[in-house]
Structures are given as structure tokens and as C-alpha cells.
Design a protein around this ligand. Sequence first.
Ligand code: HEM
Length: 188
Amino acid sequence: MISMDESPLPNIIGFLALASYIATLIPTILRIVFPQTKETGIPQWLLKRRRVIGVMAFFLALGHGFLMVQKRNFDFFDIKTFWIYIQGVSTFIIFTLLSITSNNWSVKKLKKNWKQLHKLTYVAMVVLIWHIWDKMSGHWTYLTPISLAAITIITVLFVIRLWIEYQSKQQKNAAKVAKPDLVGKGIR
Ligand code: HEM
């Protein structure tokens, strides 16, 4: 029989960080994959609060990382430590970059680079699956299956979103090519 551990506080905080992070990804995914959800008002509600939810995810991740560091007696002078916790640490670095640039000043200053930088959120998405799978392997808590299911579902929906965007770009390009043809044949 499968047995699962109770969730200690550092894990609960990690779970809440994950939930807040996923909430930042939901509005764009809903808009493209399930456009009919616009009528519910949920995507707009989340979009309005996306920045504050993202910063919340950062602080929760900070709390989670801090408690894990204490719990596991990290040796910061040993490079192996960073290798063992590479997924958590790299996700945390991404969250830090995104949080400090989540303001109008950074959007203005970084211009096109701001969008490129914020695409790192999708790197965090994939790394987090690895983080939870690797770190919880062999001692799942009640939160582990929920976390894994949530982050996997959002990743699959993200791939579907990319596919839809690719398709509509192809259709637009095809329409652009077809238009001059019609003009050339005297059809306007
Ligand atoms: C400094 C960075 C991080 C470190 C050192 C770290 C460390 C850990 C460790 C050691 C575990 C396993 C806990 C256990 O054995 O019970 C864990 C689990 C977990 N971490 Fe992290 N982590 C970091 C960043 C993050 C971030 C950024 C998130 C989410 C956005 C996150 C979400 C989770 C979740 C959801 C679990 C599984 C909890 C469960 O299933 O009970 N972690 N982390």
C-alpha cells in the first residue's frame, strides 16, 4: 500500500509558492486555450493582480528555501550543495529576477528585453517539475501528487498554447501570401 507523509511547514510554504506561481501563468493560458473563460471574469481578475501574486510567490519561495536550508544544514562552502539543490536554487534565481523587474520602471528601461527576460518564467515551470519529482522521490507527502499534477497540467496547457499561437501565425502568413495573388488577378 502507498503511504504518504504529513506535510511539514517548509513543504506547505513550498506548495503555496507553487500555487501562487501557477496563478501567474493561468490568465494568458486561459485567454488562448480556453477563450470562452473570458465571460467568467477569472482571467481578467488574475491578470490585474498578476504582479502582486508573482511577488507573493517570490516571498513564499524565499521562506520555503530558507526553512529547507535550516532543516538540511546546508554547507554553503561546498559546491556540491548547489549541485544537489540546482533546481530549487535556479528557480529561486529566476523568481528573484522576475520580482525585481515587475514594475513599470523596469518595463520602460528594459524595453524589448523585458519580455525576453520574463520568458524565463517558462524555464522555471519545467525545472519545478524536476525539483518536486527529484526532491520528494521516495517520501511523498499529501501535497506532492497535487503539486505534480498541477505543474504538469499547466505545462501541457502551455505547450497547447504555443501550438495554437503557431497555427494562427501560419494562417496569417498564408493569408498575406494569398492576398497579393487575388489583387494580381484583378480581385479586390
Ligand atoms: C532555494 C531554493 C529551494 C530549495 C533549497 C528547495 C528545497 C527543497 C527541498 C529540500 C524539498 C524536499 C522537501 C522534503 O524532503 O520534504 C523541496 C520540496 C518542494 N519544493 Fe523546494 N526548494 C527551493 C525552491 C523552491 C521553489 C522556488 C518552489 C516553488 C515555486 C519550490 C516548491 C517545492 C515544492 C512544491 C516541494 C514539494 C513539497 C511536498 O510535496 O510536500 N521549491 N524543496
